[in-house]
Design a binder for this molecule. Structure first.
Ligand SMILES: C[S@@+](CC[C@H](N)C(=O)[O-])C[C@H]1O[C@@H](n2cnc3c(N)ncnc32)[C@H](O)[C@@H]1O
Length: 235
């Protein structure tokens, strides 16, 4: 990855324009970590009539949901047009009529409909005004619906600080992050600008978040669940 990609976190449009197989895998954590608990959440809390995933990347959560529930209207949002276009072609090839892709750049999120469930996985750490992003996402959830997201907390910040101090000690070619650009990519998180906690989420949304692991089986719990919680907020 070239240095010019990192100019205040990461230029995601350039990232997806140039992404090779490894880059794709490195920015598709949902495929391995989220789709299992997400399905369990839907099964336990009710299959949504409409679902949006924001910061969808290659779209594991939206493509899977569209396949599990053909009656559900599914929309994937991302800030980067190249990955949206790729996803549209994939949906078209798969004749998935219940899925579409739109551009939004968080904290901006103002869709022309409300959704029963909205999610954002591994994306808020790249967003500067995270409080406003949460408010806009929650506003777009229909009454009785849910906002689901992963976030980084103070514990994550201290782990990331250690990595940023000696990136080559912690990261190699098997790691999802390039050691030469780790500190640039996670600049906001390292500066503590978009860290979240249950208390902060509550203060912003006036509703307490709940852990997904109170619903989904602990067998599906990924290793970093303490520093990178996966929560839902009922509306
Ligand atoms: C690490 S990837 C995660 C992709 C997917 N959610 C997953 O977990 O597999 C972060 C994604 O968020 C998108 N993104 C970054 N900043 C964004 C913003 N401000 N608004 C919307 N999407 C954003 C990027 O283009 C990228 O596709």
């Amino acid at each position: 990855m070239s240095d010019s990609l990192y100019d205040g976190t990461i230029d995601w449009t350039r990232y997806w324009e140039d992404a090779d197989r490894n880059d794709r895998k490195d920015a598709s954590a949902s495929a391995d970590l989220i789709v299992g608990p997400l399905r369990e959440f839907f099964e336990q809390r009710g299959v949504p009539g409409s679902y949006a995933d924001v910061g969808c990347g290659p779209g594991a959560a939206v493509f899977e949901t569209a396949e599990w529930y053909p009656e559900t209207t599914v929309v994937g949002y991302d800030s980067a047009e190249p990955i949206l276009e790729e996803n549209r072609e994939k949906a078209h090839r798969g004749l998935r009529g219940n899925i579409s892709f739109e551009r939004t750049v968080l904290p901006e999120f103002d869709p022309d409909q409300q959704f029963d469930v909205i999610s954002a996985f591994y994306t808020l750490c790249y967003v500067d005004e995270v409080d406003q992003a949460l408010v806009n996402l929650f506003d777009a959830v229909a009454p009785g619906g849910y906002l689901l997201f992963t976030y980084h907390n103070r514990y994550a910040q201290s782990i990331f600080e250690s990595i940023a101090e000696s990136p080559h000690e912690y990261l190699d070619e098997t790691s999802p992050w390039d050691p030469d650009h780790f500190a640039d990519r996670f600049e906001l998180l390292l500066a503590g600008e978009n860290l979240l906690s249950y208390r902060r989420i509550h203060d912003v949304l006036e509703t307490w978040p709940q852990s997904i692991w109170s619903i989904a089986g602990k067998a599906d719990r990924y290793d970093a669940w303490r520093q990178n919680p996966l929560v839902f907020v009922p509306k």
